[in-house]
Design a protein around this ligand. Sequence first.
Ligand code: NAI
Ligand code: MG
Length: 502
Amino acid sequence: MSAAAQNLTASPAARAFLARDHRLLIGGQWVPSASGETIDVFDPATEGHLAKVSGGGKEDIDRAVQAARRAFRGEWSKLTSYERTKLIWKLADELEANLALASELETLDNGMPLMVAQYSIASFGCDFLRYYAGWATKITGDTIPVSPGGVRNGESLTYTRREPIGVVGAIIPWNAPLIMATLKLGPALAAGCTVVLKPAEQTPLTALFLGELVKRVGFPDGVINIVPGLGESAGAALAAHPDVDKIAFTGSTEVGKKIISAAAGNLKRVTLELGGKSPMVVFPDADLERVIPGVTRGAFFLQGQNCMAGTRLFVHQDIFDRVVSRVGDMANKFRIGPGLSPDSDLGPLISAEQRERVMTYVASGRKSGAELVCGGEAMPGRGFFVKPTLFSKTNMDMQIAREEIFGPVLCAQSFGDSDLQAVADEANKSIYGLSGSVWTRDISVAHRMAGLIDAGQVSINCHAAVDPAIPFGGNKQSGWGREFGREGLDPYLKTKATTVIY
Ligand code: NAI
Ligand code: MG
């Protein structure tokens, strides 16, 4: 059966998009891959075939980098910052005007519930682009009074300029495909860079849809190039390319380390947003009416396929049993089903491979003596669905509590009346340091604990608060650098100091 026909629930507009000939966007043209290779794209809710997409390799990456370099030197560099602002803003408007179709394609490709796709694309697609559109006109340097070589005070000064770093290679994962693309494009374009974007092989569709909008909006050719392809070919070629100035990567810690090695050839700049194993720490005075939905959603949002997911729940012993049983009840009530169905709270995992990985961890949890409170099973039938799973009585020696599972598995453990440092030490027993949350009504405990958690962002009485203006990124093996906010612009800029002696 043909791709689109199998998806009877998809809208005519989505079916028309799926049925298209999906090529690579290089230098403003849709072109087939040099090798003629294609990638098959599947719906994780039905396992049905959705589309065939040109699969780029080394040669295509090279052409895309050349196109990005030409654009960087050419028309793009001549535009004023106001013109960049307008183009980025127009892309946001165009995406908003097509929110329904973009969200539907995201749900078909990734599996996330449609509501989640709509919300996330509106906030972290459209509004995120608008946030960075505003920054394009606010990139400034300093003037610094200096006296080099003993020049008298007042007879010399240095001014700094913040220049775009150049050609950016953006390599993104499958867990929130479209917004991952906008998270890289926003600051890169605001800074004046050009981009080669490589979406994940599992989920190339919405990046290609975004490519159509990019063309419609009228970005100069080559400013944004989009090359779907496999990680080990297209991704590796981009990371190693001698004419790429910077790689912005989101994905696994394992591949992050490979990116660093590949980037060493020309010492390109690298920012990395990697894995996490984020703690949620609940004190006995916390408002359980907020804690229960907060930590349950914090753990299972995007089926746990979310780098910020709260996957380790630390609860004070006095309320441990109550919290665990209520979180289990709420998790059991989540409706699991295809993202296109309005009744689904949770969708499928991305692939059979990911389901297998998660179920291997569940088996390890059972074997290690953790107590299974709910879930622990994949759903029979079509689609890669796994029930939200809660293990109680876990400890930090267990594999399920140490390693990133990237699925709907939450580990709970209790703490006693020890001092805050001891609780934090336990929460920090991880190679990761991406996110964390503290739940209490005591403002001293809240701020002290937030200070002690070793993570790039900590939320108090909520989990994983994200906003385009909040710096986002990880400590330890969760990554290098920060995205979002003013800080998120820095990796796309380089400083030039110019000194004048009067
Ligand atoms: P991955 O890290 O392999 O994939 C992310 C991106 O990197 C994709 O675009 C992929 O094509 C690309 N890539 C893969 N190998 C590459 C290489 N050698 N050079 C350059 N680019 C390369 O993630 P994968 O295999 O899809 O998922 C495995 C695990 O990684 C997950 O179970 C999860 O634990 C973690 N992960 C974490 C993410 C996060 O946001 N923190 C996102 C995706 C995966
Ligand atoms: Mg991989």
